[in-house]
Write a protein that binds this ligand. Sequence first.
Ligand code: GRF
Length: 236
Amino acid sequence: MSAADEAALPAREDAPVIGVLVSGQGSNLEAIFAAIARGELRARVGLVISSRPDAPALERAIRRGVATRVIVPKAYATRAEAGVALVAALRAAGCELVVLAGYKPILDAGVVRAFQWRILNVHPSLLPAFAGGMAPRPQAEALAAGVKISGCTVHFVTEAVDAGPILAQAAVPVRDDDTVDALAKRILAQEHRLLPWAIARVLAGHVRVDGRRVVGVDVETSGEQPESTVASHSGQ
Ligand code: GRF
């Protein structure tokens, strides 16, 4: 990360406001900040909400001067009540898009309904394979299953876990000598490219949900250079 990337984010008051939900390290959150700083993603992170008070991701947000909240679902009587708190916080911050970036709890249905087709999640497998569970479970399952290609997926969040319409995917080849850690690391590097790109496409209005499909996005999966595979857009 360059010094410029580390600096406080440029004030883009007119940019669309996004809310990012985290539970862990926040490397995907950092990738979002970096893409904004590089001018590749026209957005402003208005709020970062963590499901855990000790998530390192919170520190990353604070360093950037971004507002943070901790909303621990278990601290509420019901998941629905935690959902109401989430929606209130996101709305108060003016978020028009919500991004789950390593967010562990299953989102309450009320939140999904409040932000229909306005919530994205990144998952470390090529969905629908190896759905469910947080890193490193999907990566471990892919390795154990002997697949030769794994990767990551950015999808719209619906009430069914990891089953919403797929927006973008990046492929990562599994190596003969792979470990779960090594595979997870290479998949994570692709998540960092794919997620900001997908957010930008949605904010730009370049995608449309058509049944189970998201149209307006082309995904290239080159067999020759799978490590550099990125989703490409259709130039709209
Ligand atoms: C990522 O692999 C994400 O796909 C998964 O958890 C990991 C979170 O990483 N759900 P980070 O917190 O963004 O570093």
